[in-house]
Design a protein around this ligand. Structure first.
Ligand code: 5GP
Ligand code: ZN
Length: 117
């Protein structure tokens, strides 16, 4: 069923505390933790606790939860004192998605080029 934890999902395991992560914020519906392979001085992932494979399926299946994730990206940016930052949702392997549990990357702390590679 949509939203249910998946046994083979890395981020569901982080939500369940089965895999450690450096958690920076948590709400009733979301977790924010530092990316293990940071691409910027600040690189935090914001995920819904419920499992949706990507941003679009999250928005479709649980729009209020998608809003929670977006709200948390701003909360992370404020906590990390980022004046500007980039929020990224990679969707599909061709765009670099490697973990198929919806997540927002919050990147900041350095200049960011546009367009991204
Ligand atoms: P994607 O490539 O799917 O957009 O983003 C997945 C992100 O998860 C990558 O930036 C990757 O570095 C990060 N990641 C993968 N495995 C782990 C892990 O075990 N712990 C943490 N904190 N981040 C991870
Ligand atoms: Zn998951």
């Amino acid at each position: 069923m949509a939203g249910e934890a998946q046994d083979d999902c890395l981020f569901c395991k982080i939500v369940a505390g089965q895999i450690p992560a450096t958690i920076v914020r948590q709400t009733a519906t979301t977790v924010a933790f530092r990316d293990i392979n940071p691409k910027a001085p600040v690189h935090v992932l914001v995920i819904p606790k419920a499992h949706y494979p990507d941003a679009a399926s999250l928005a479709e299946g649980a729009p209020e939860l998608a809003a929670d994730v977006l709200r948390e990206t701003q909360a992370v940016a404020e906590e990390e004192k980022l004046e500007s930052y980039r929020t990224v949702f990679n969707t599909g392997a061709g765009a670099g998605q490697t973990v198929f549990h919806a997540h927002a990357h919050v990147l900041g702390g350095r200049g960011l080029q546009w367009p991204p590679g």
